[in-house]
Ligand binder design. Structure first.
Ligand code: TXA
Ligand code: MG
Length: 330
């Protein structure tokens, strides 16, 4: 049995609030990706998120709030630059890492003394959050390491009936997870690139921002965590060798899917190609849904045409590098 997404109506929001207050899970749309939400002040409810996703306990969650006034309930020692970012980008696709208030459960923060907070810009999320009048902890509503959901139907296929309610808000406007910026120390770091770019943040802060990582554990250089990934093996492929690579695979009797921007590919029954947008924002918007579409076809390989190494492609390149575990054809 799978649970069907329900439309955004006052009655369904009332039911969602009831479920959240009772310690249950509600999946809801944000402008980035769908989130799997629980009452962030209820550690038992939050631990259901980890169980449902199969997520390791040391991976901290983002707490979503509906009003800036709630920030100080969750975070302390909030620096001025946090408020500058909030003024410029909230509600919106920016999560901010701050020192946590002592009462906030380790279950939410993965045992760290910092907390990630975001006020999303999606009307459904904001309505739910303002009526809930508290923090909702919500990771992307997908199984651990799998592709993030940008449609309610994606959440349904990820979790079946193990989530008590899925609110359908249509396709997510951005389609990639939020930018994460750590202002919890003087060394301001961007932990995850997203729709809001590093130069926009630097412009607001009149300061340079360093690169950091969301990884809670250190690993050997060059080792990439498989994340945001389809189940089908996937690789990035430079444009100039794409044709040659496809021909080789098809001749070997393999079934393959390809995400391309430029190449004109000959049609073949074993070749499923999707032409992607030229524009990085539109590419990011479509990318996860297209990867899911190919992932459902039981293919041997998904090839993704490599994208330019330019600032406007940073977020897309980051996700694709992780989705392919850094696997690049040469
Ligand atoms: O766009 C988004 O942010 C979506 C929607 C639902 O809001 N949520 C999302 O959550 O992407 P999740 O759990 O898939 O990713 C949260 C990231 C993780 O990489 C986690 O390590 C990082 O935020 N994070 C959370 N708290 C942190 C902290 N205190 N310090 C460092 N990183 C943190
Ligand atoms: Mg995620």
């Amino acid at each position: 049995m799978t649970r069907h997404p329900v439309p955004f109506t006052p009655q369904n929001i009332t039911e969602a609030l009831r479920i959240l207050k009772a310690g249950g899970l509600v999946a809801f749309p944000t402008e980035t990706v769908y989130g799997l939400g629980a009452d962030a002040a209820n550690p038992q409810a939050v631990s259901k998120i980890f169980a449902t996703k199969g997520r390791p306990a040391n991976h901290p969650l983002i707490v979503h709030i509906g009003h800036v006034d709630q920030l100080e309930q969750w975070a302390e020692s909030i620096p001025d630059n946090a408020y500058q970012l909030i003024d410029s980008f909230w509600p919106g696709p920016l999560a901010i890492i701050l020192k946590k208030q002592p009462w906030v459960s380790d279950v939410v923060t993965g045992g760290q003394d910092t907390i990630a907070i975001r006020m999303p810009g999606n009307p459904v999320a904001l309505d739910l959050l303002t009526q809930f009048n508290g923090g909702i902890a919500a990771p992307s509503a997908n199984r651990f390491n799998h592709i993030s959901p940008t449609l309610a139907s994606h959440v349904q296929s990820e979790f079946g009936d193990s989530v008590e309610m899925i609110i359908d808000g249509g396709p997510c406007q951005v389609g990639l997870e939020s930018t994460i910026i750590d202002v919890s120390s003087n060394n301001i770091k961007m932990l995850r690139p997203g729709h809001i770019q590093q130069q926009q943040i630097e412009h607001v802060l009149h300061n340079t921002v360093n690169q950091g990582t969301t990884d809670s554990t250190r690993r050997a250089p060059g080792m990439l965590e498989l994340h945001y990934a389809p189940e089908t093996p996937a690789a990035l492929c430079p444009t100039i060798i794409l044709d040659q690579y496809i021909e080789q695979y098809i001749n070997a009797g393999k079934k393959m899917g390809v995400l391309v921007r430029h190449a004109q590919l000959d049609s073949h029954p074993n070749l499923h190609s999707i032409i992607m947008p030229e524009d990085p924002v539109k590419f990011g918007h479509d990318m996860y849904a297209c990867l899911r579409q190919l992932d459902e076809l039981q293919l041997d390989l998904i090839l993704i045409e490599q994208l330019p190494d330019e600032p406007k492609w940073v977020a897309v390149n980051d996700r694709l590098l992780k989705a392919t575990a850094g696997n690049i054809c040469h």
